[in-house]
Design a protein around this ligand. Sequence first.
Ligand code: IPM
Ligand code: MG
Length: 366
Amino acid sequence: MKKVLILGGDGIGSEIMRETKKVIDFLNQQKIINIETEESLIGGVSIDAHGKPLTEETLKMAKNADAVLLGAVGGPKWDNVGQDIRPEAGLLAIRKGMGVYANLRPATVFPELSDASTLKEEVVSGLDIMIVRELLGGIYFGEPRGIETLPNGEKKAWNTLVYSTHEIERIAKSAFDIAMVRGKKVCSLDKSNVLISTKLWKDTVTEYRNKYYPEVELSHMYVDNASMQLVRNPKQFDVILTTNMFGDILSDCAAMVTGSLGMLPSASLGEKDENGVVKGLFEPVHGSAPDIAGKDLANPLATILSFAMMLKYSFNQSKESDIIVDAIRNVLKSGIRTKDIMQKGKIEVGTKAMGDEVILALQNLV
Ligand code: IPM
Ligand code: MG
């Protein structure tokens, strides 16, 4: 029996989570999985209830669980709270608290949706990139950081982009391990022509590859060039390995290249424990979309796919994970679409109906 903590969060979070819970319940009933769930609050809803975006109790629950499934955090309602208690601070704190340093963001295109991108179909059809983003270091967490008022009344604020060897090595290992079961190609992104900390990144990644992964083809690219290449010819990439902030920016870009942000899952992984379980936090790449919250419009598929990633990466249940992906593919094949991925001649449904369709498709597969 595995224990999963569910954190719906803000905006559309509770709606997409409700549909994902249906999938978990169904697979439990069928004895395909054996997962016990509990729920708590994160982000704005936690600020409303407890005055902070992540309480000690919730973090404790997250650490005690085998994996965490998170919806999304944030919204205009909490725009004016202090920087330290913003909903996003809760997300950073749970990542740090759980020690999940490897953020996996696949950018893949389901064949049924290959004309959804703003790019030409031939540029994106069959696209399958994995972005491996370092998640607990770099400028997001670097010290010193601060803000002060200078004697002349002007303000000054600073953050630090810092990486040490062990942080680079462990994320490089994650990227190389993933590349080994994919196309065996890693492209590491840096700005080593300007930033010394990313020069260390580049050199450490190169040494690590030479020492432990001679089979992997490693290339390096400046991040500015990579942003261009991602929209020019995204299929040249297999695994992209990069720092926290570069990965944040480029994963949004890669998501849009696929044209269907509402379809993209993500996994954030830590070390394997004694029982072979990889502690993980799983969340859709899209945000809390407050503008459509409560309207039964959100696409629950990215969250359901995030749950599928949980089965594969945390619980080593690839077969069970594939059943979910196949069910979703069948739903798309049958022409069912939520508003965000709606195409001419297809059938538009709401959040709940999409969840029901996934269950129907699952029933046909198990
Ligand atoms: C993401 C988000 C977060 C990040 C924010 C909400 C803190 O943009 O997961 O990509 O920057 O990591
Ligand atoms: Mg982001």
